[in-house]
Design a protein around this ligand. Structure first.
Ligand SMILES: *Cc1c(COP(=O)(O)O)cnc(C)c1O
Length: 342
């Protein structure tokens, strides 16, 4: 069956973004967060491309995501660690747990231990054991590959960044960990936060969490198809709740994409399609499966033609109030993921 929608994914831009982040990581190795199905792009396709480029450390949230990557034979860490029901998967050896709590540490030791990672909380108060737990000997006897922590405010210039870095640095040499890892995408742009291994996600996929990360290239471009072209008379309205009114007679095209595909309602009267450099504005409310755009500037477009939505992440996030993470991870299953070169 022909796909109704396409997500164009620029494989060269993805690899170039990883190389850029690897260079910015200095002497630290650069890994890749591929959780949430590679932020919506497709975890297997992303991981395969990055492994070919030299990436050696991959991060997912849970064991289902790790199992999906298992055929690739990569080094995968599972960020949410081990629940009791995860133990058969966790002891099968296709991925390594990131232990987050004293209970998880005890569970792993009881199962015979083996190589693991550990998350320590340095101020975000999300996941992780505490520095006091470590000082109290919680991690003694564990074979730790990577000790990691996570920054709460890396996309801002916040005093929390240096405070977290210093608390983390103070743990060097206090555990058996071979490596230390702190920085996500935004943390890579901070100086002195790379330690031994960085863990970018968002910026691999074209997200720009800090304005100074200008070398990051767009990877994801949604495309939709025109189902109908119509003329709307001056004074008439378009869409649910009549949120757009034609000032003049206006050419309108109806696209087969909507909020059920992740093209969120927040783009109502704000989003746009871009065709050969022409910006075609969203008119009125985004529906579940449809959206209207103005095509006065595109007399050539007709039923069946494909148009690309403006989905540049930093500007789309600023315009819509959504985060770049939501824009990526919300893209739905009706899009066929089409990998291209640039
Ligand atoms: C998701 C995640 C990352 C990647 O973060 P980005 O902001 O997408 O670069 C890194 N580390 C941990 C622990 C994460 O959960």
């Amino acid at each position: 069956m022909p796909a109704p929608l396409r997500l164009r994914l620029d494989g060269d831009a993805l690899v170039q973004n990883w190389r850029t982040l690897d260079r910015m990581s200095g002497t630290a190795a650069c890994g890749a967060a591929v959780k949430a199905n590679g932020y919506g792009l497709g975890a297997i396709e992303v991981a395969r491309r990055l492994a070919d480029a030299g990436c050696r450390d991959f991060f997912v949230s849970n064991w289902q995501e790790a199992a999906e990557l298992a055929p690739l034979g990569l080094r995968v860490s599972v960020l949410h660690g081990i629940r009791e029901e995860d133990m058969p998967a966790a002891t099968a050896g296709f991925a390594r747990p990131v232990l987050n709590t004293p209970t998880q540490v005890a569970r792993w030791k009881a199962a015979g231990g083996g190589s693991c990672d550990v998350m320590v909380d340095t101020g975000m108060n999300r996941l992780g054991v505490s520095a006091d737990d470590i000082a109290g000997g919680l991690l003694d006897g564990l074979a730790i590959e990577t000790l990691m922590s996570h920054l709460a405010c890396a996309d801002q210039d916040s005093p929390m960044n240096a405070a977290q870095r210093d608390r983390f640095a103070a743990l060097a040499g206090t555990t058996s960990a071979r490596r230390m890892s702190l920085a996500n995408s935004a943390g890579i742009a901070l100086k002195g936060y790379a330690f031994d291994l960085t863990r970018p996600g968002l910026a691999l996929y074209g997200g720009i969490p800090r304005a100074d990360m200008t070398a990051i290239r767009q990877v994801v471009r949604p495309e939709a198809q025109i189902l109908q072209r119509r003329r709307v008379s001056a004074g008439d309205t378009v869409g649910y709740n009549a949120l757009w009114t034609a000032k003049n007679d206006t050419e309108v095209a109806i696209l087969n994409v909507g909020y059920a595909d992740g093209y969120r309602r927040d783009f109502t009267n704000i989003g746009a399609a871009v065709v050969s450099g022409r910006v075609l504005p969203v008119l009125g409310r985004v529906s579940m499966d449809l959206v209207a755009i103005g095509v006065d500037a595109a007399s050539d477009l007709d039923e069946g033609d494909w148009v690309m939505l403006d989905y540049a992440l930093p500007t789309s996030a600023a315009a819509s109030g959504l985060s770049q993470y939501e824009l990526l991870t919300g893209l739905g299953q009706r899009f066929e993921r089409v990998w291209t070169t640039s």
